[in-house]
Design a protein around this ligand. Structure first.
Ligand code: ATP
Length: 323
């Protein structure tokens, strides 16, 4: 049973199961609606993703949910705190890793962590044990005396994560944390995130990488400040509003130019030797529809294939780039 209390102060419902509960959230910058009518619920001890292109409002949403930015309208409850009124009360319960890792280049790894632990008020004893634990967990023990500015992108990212969790936050915000690191470091970083989640931390992470979004327990697809869809990656793929047909043929570019003119076709994109075509779900026989087109030869191969998260993204935003 969900126990909930309605706070008289700003009418936001607080549910103990939810780390984040936001309703009708809007934030304008002048004429620009950076976030429009965003409803968001994030369950505790899950990894929730914001997937969206540049400028879709991911950072703005995160800043609203951390209490760093005031909404134009709407209600926000994060870990039982009403924002922006109780932003100070929330501060010690959250961690925030920004896009540009906020490290001091001319301090060593250890000095960076010591400095941040002082900000969070750790005692000398707490600091000592927490620092050695973090250096070991984030594979930074060898680099503890190295200047942060001289570290590789992957090492900087590990240090930034260690710094963001120094005070053991209940809720961790990560804004495009892996943009500057290679696939191997990304994989290892995600293993750290799952470990943190297993230990009880709720994580909200923004990304524009599909493979990263697919790792989240749930995600919201954002475009121009609007939430286009949200669910588990699997449910988003199962419930997609399009069917995917793959075509193996010669002259895929010519076929693509012809097919995207059909009203039933949402997008067509070449992937190596195949053309991936999204056809409206209302079309009963998508393969038959495409085969009837004069650009398709009888020898061309067409097959319905399983949707990917990228297909979901294309079908619910204008980001196909193909039409
Ligand atoms: N302080 C600000 N003043 C004016 N406009 C802003 C401000 N902050 C954000 N914006 C605008 O709001 C929109 C959303 O920006 P935001 O940074 O939230 O997007 P994003 O999805 O995080 O993008 P990126 O992936 O590039 O970081 C953009 O058009 C941006 O220019």
């Amino acid at each position: 049973m969900i126990l909930s209390t309605r706070a008289a102060a700003n009418n936001t419902t607080y549910s103990p199961e939810l780390a984040i509960n936001a309703k009708s959230l809007c934030r304008n910058f002048g004429q620009l609606a950076a976030i429009s009518n965003l409803d968001l619920t994030v369950e505790k001890q899950t990894i929730y993703g914001f997937l969206g292109p540049n400028g879709s409002g991911k950072t703005t949403a995160i800043r609203l949910l951390t209490g760093l930015l005031k909404p134009t309208s709407g209600q926000i409850n994060v870990l039982g705190c009403h924002l922006p009124q109780e932003a100070n009360k929330l501060r010690l319960q959250i961690g925030y890793m920004t896009q540009k890792f906020s490290l001091y280049d001319d301090l060593t790894v250890k000095e960076n962590l010591q400095f941040i632990s002082k900000i969070y008020g750790l005692t000398a004893n707490e600091q000592k044990s927490r620092l050695s634990e973090l250096l070991s967990t984030h594979q930074l023990t060898q680099q503890s005396q190295q200047l942060a500015g001289s570290m590789s992108g992957g090492q900087k990212q590990r240090l930034a994560l260690a710094a963001a969790v120094i005070h053991k936050p209940k809720l961790l915000f990560l804004d495009e944390p892996t943009s500057a690191v290679d696939p191997q470091n990304r994989r290892e970083f995600w293993e750290q995130l799952f470990d943190l989640c297993d230990q009880g931390t709720t994580i909200l992470v923004s990304t524009h990488y599909m493979d990263e979004a697919e790792r989240c327990h749930k995600l919201a697809i954002l475009e121009n400040g609007v939430k286009r869809a949200d669910d588990t990656p699997q449910a988003l793929m199962n419930n997609m509003s399009a069917q995917v047909v793959e075509i193996a043929a010669n002259d895929l570019r010519y076929i693509k130019d012809k097919l995207i003119q059909l009203p039933q076709v949402i997008s067509a994109a070449q992937l190596g030797t195949h053309l991936r075509v999204l056809v409206n779900k209302a079309e009963r026989n998508p393969v038959g529809l495409l085969q009837r087109q004069s650009c398709i030869k009888p020898t061309d191969q067409l097959a319905i294939v399983r949707p990917s998260l990228e297909d979901v993204f294309v079908s619910c935003t204008g980001q196909g780039g193909a039409r």
